[in-house]
Design a protein around this ligand. Structure first.
Ligand code: FMN
Length: 225
């Protein structure tokens, strides 16, 4: 069965009967359950004015899923790129990764936009895919140009972001320093890694602490309020 990827951008249809967050929650619960059953994986980034989504899976299933998504009245102005056949999934471990467009690494935003704000409708396929990866946590080697073929598998980084997103108020996630280095493999120094981890912690309203003998462990503590 050939593997394919679909990619599109659209605009959320804001409906006064449900908040934006409720709409996202309901989209994700249905999508994740169904994608899991059908072997579909992917990533959805959202803001109040835009969705960016890619889905990957068996070509026929991707096409059927996109058919349903295109008919969904919770968004409009959908601009779809031609499906492409792929060798490998980017989001193989995610029935549907979810991130906020505001979370995209500022370095990517700077490269893709003169104004400091991304306009996904003006972006090409590669820029959108890079953003989907960057929304899924900065897996872009800053020392190279932002080409997808330079992006290594973002699994560790995705996993870390996912775990931070799950932390309840007051909870702490403890990891080894080596795990952090793997997640931020593109940082050249331990200081760079710590700075990246601190920035990520901030995004998820966590405090980042270095602990353990010789700084061998780090903690993310979810702050209150
Ligand atoms: C932005 C957005 C993303 C969606 N992503 C998916 C998805 O990845 N997989 C999926 O099965 N449905 C997704 N849906 C939901 C489908 O549009 C549809 O509601 C769902 O598949 C159930 O279809 P059915 O009621 O025809 O069975 C998405 C909807 C929106 C608005």
């Amino acid at each position: 069965m050939p593997l394919a990827r679909a990619l599109y951008v659209s605009r959320p249809a804001l409906d006064s009967s449900a908040s934006f967050d409720e709409m996202i929650a309901s989209i994700l619960s249905v999508s994740r359950a169904r994608n899991e059953r059908e072997g579909v994986t992917g990533s959805l980034l959202a803001s109040q004015s835009c969705f960016i989504q890619t889905i990957e899976g068996d070509a026929a299933v991707v096409s059927a899923t996109m058919g349903r998504i295109e008919r969904d009245i919770r968004h409009h102005s959908l601009k779809r790129f031609e499906d492409e056949f792929i060798e490998e999934r980017i989001f193989g471990e995610w029935s549907m990764f979810f991130g906020r467009i505001e979370q995209i690494d500022p370095i990517v935003v700077q490269v893709f936009s003169d104004t400091g704000t991304l306009d996904p409708f003006q972006m090409d396929r590669q820029q959108l895919l890079t953003s989907l990866c960057a929304g899924a946590l900065f897996p872009v080697d800053r020392a190279t140009t932002l080409h997808l073929d330079r992006i290594q598998r973002p699994t560790k980084a995705l996993d870390l972001q996912h775990r931070l997103a799950q932390l309840a108020l007051g909870d702490t996630l403890v990891l080894s320093a080596a795990e952090i280095e793997e997640a931020f493999f593109y940082e050249r120094t331990p200081e760079g890694c710590r700075a990246a981890a601190t920035a990520l912690a901030e995004l998820y309203q966590c405090r980042f602490v270095v602990c353990g003998p010789d700084g061998s462990q780090v903690g993310f503590i979810r702050k209150g309020g």
